[in-house]
Design a protein around this ligand. Structure first.
Ligand code: NAD
Length: 406
């Protein structure tokens, strides 16, 4: 297939581009390099030394003999450039990672809130509109998040996207009283409860997808992904110049990778609040495999959006910290939670689709120590400890010193 990877210079996009190229697909990356600019803005860097996009691509060609293309297009702002690209490249599929993906960054201030909405919603709207205008039958695979569900379940496993509901009413459509109550069966998108402006953009994306699948018969797969951990995949481990990024700062460092790095540099594992939040996880090697599986199993034109839960395990944050504390001999410290969220939650998730289609998950307990030794300790001297604490607060109350859970 000819596949464009939007956001292909990022943490998930880069290993996906290489994995699909290794599978003999014809790959072209689209990225406006905004993530690298945000690194500069925050004064934070990937723990791993990532090469420039040009160096990455020439190293891949040298190592694998395969060419991956690159186009610097701002998907959110340059609609004409994106449309021309889709027409010229004669794409079969687009994988869409090109969004601002950090919840804490999205909550930092009004500028970052507005940027996140503007960038993410426009990017998705532009991609959908351009596919329609190009007239090409392009399968769109988008990276969504388990976070649209507000980190919690209502006494049931979160289904893969849709919920069958039954509504009982004693009025007809005109509001007239019925002699007997009547029941209506509906299938709806599982209700969302976003926990940040970033998660809100993923909720808005869902409605854009549902509309374009219905109105224009676009073929769309939305992958509701858990928190990705780990660094390298088989391909990015082939050469130092192909190494993947590893974020550990208070805004972009996701919980498990942040813990890994903290363990490696002897910084206590900082657990927000009670650490009772349950989160879903997936290893980066499984992410790239899931995307391959999704590309190989597209919906038919006219079918509703295919929604898969792309996660393999759920854990409470404090359990993770304790597990890693034991493995890596690190201390655990409870700190006030910067987020406005329930202190404890349950999370039960259905993920049968990927397992049935052949995903063989990387187990967290097996991979953790390797990450600490091979990555986090190896690059520990690049760590800036002052960037570790989370400083973005969810509400004004928190800045006044009132704990988030109040
Ligand atoms: P990332 O920030 O490392 O990568 C995103 C890439 O998109 C960056 O290279 C950035 O420069 C590019 N980009 C952003 N806006 C763009 C625009 N307007 N035009 C062109 N390029 C643009 O993020 P990631 O961790 O790789 O996440 C990728 C996707 O996966 C995101 O949509 C995110 O929501 C989703 N996701 C990630 C995780 C995770 O744990 N990392 C978990 C769930 C879902």
């Amino acid at each position: 297939m000819k596949i464009a990877i939007l956001g292909g210079d990022g943490f998930c996009g880069w290993p996906t581009a290489l994995h699909l190229s290794a599978q003999e697909h014809d790959i072209v990356i689209v990225d406006n390099l905004s993530r690298r600019r945000i690194d500069e803005e925050l004064g934070a860097e990937s723990l791993t030394p990532i090469a420039s996009i040009e160096e990455r691509l020439s190293a891949w060609e040298e190592v694998s003999g395969k060419k991956v293309g690159f186009a610097n297009i701002d998907v959110a702002q340059d609609y004409d450039g994106l449309l021309q690209f889709i027409i010229d490249e004669e794409l079969d599929a687009i994988v869409h990672f090109a969004e601002q993906r950090a919840a804490p960054y999205s909550m930092k201030n009004s500028r970052t809130k507005r940027y996140t909405i503007d960038n993410n919603v426009n990017a998705t709207g532009n991609v959908l509109t351009a596919i329609v205008e190009s007239g090409r039958d392009v399968h769109l695979v988008h990276l969504g998040t388990m976070g649209v569900y507000g980190y919690g379940t209502a006494g049931m496993k979160i289904p893969e996207g849709y919920l069958d509901i039954e509504v009982t009413t004693d009025e007809d459509e005109d509001g007239n009283q019925l002699d007997e109550p009547t029941r209506a069966q509906l299938q709806i998108l599982y209700p969302t409860n976003p926990g940040s402006v970033y998660h809100l953009t993923k909720v808005l994306d869902q409605n854009l997808f549902a509309y374009y699948a219905k109105n224009d018969a676009l073929r769309i797969t939305d992958l509701h992904q858990g928190i990705v951990w780990g660094t390298n995949t088989r391909e990015t481990a082939m050469d130092e110049r192909l190494i993947n990024r590893f974020d550990y700062d208070g805004d972009y460092g996701t919980v498990l990778n942040r813990f890994l790095m903290q363990a490696a540099v002897g910084y206590p594992l900082t657990v927000h609040g009670t650490g009772g939040q349950t989160r879903a996880f997936i290893h980066i090697q499984d992410t790239v495999r899931c995307i391959q599986i999704a590309l190989e199993n597209p919906p038919a034109a006219g079918e509703r959006v295919k929604i898969f839960n792309q996660m393999t395990e759920t854990h409470r944050v404090r359990d993770l910290a304790n597990l890693l504390g034991k493995i890596a001999d690190a201390e655990v410290e409870l700190v006030p939670n910067p987020r406005n969220e329930a202190p404890e939650n349950e999370l039960h998730v259905k993920n049968d689709t990927f397992l049935d289609l052949g995903l063989n998950p990387t187990k967290l307990e097996e991979g953790l120590l390797l990450e600490v030794t091979d990555i986090a300790r190896k690059y520990a001297d690049r760590a800036d400890r002052s960037k570790i604490p989370a400083t973005s607060l969810w509400t004004a109350k928190q800045s006044a010193g009132v704990p988030a859970s109040v």
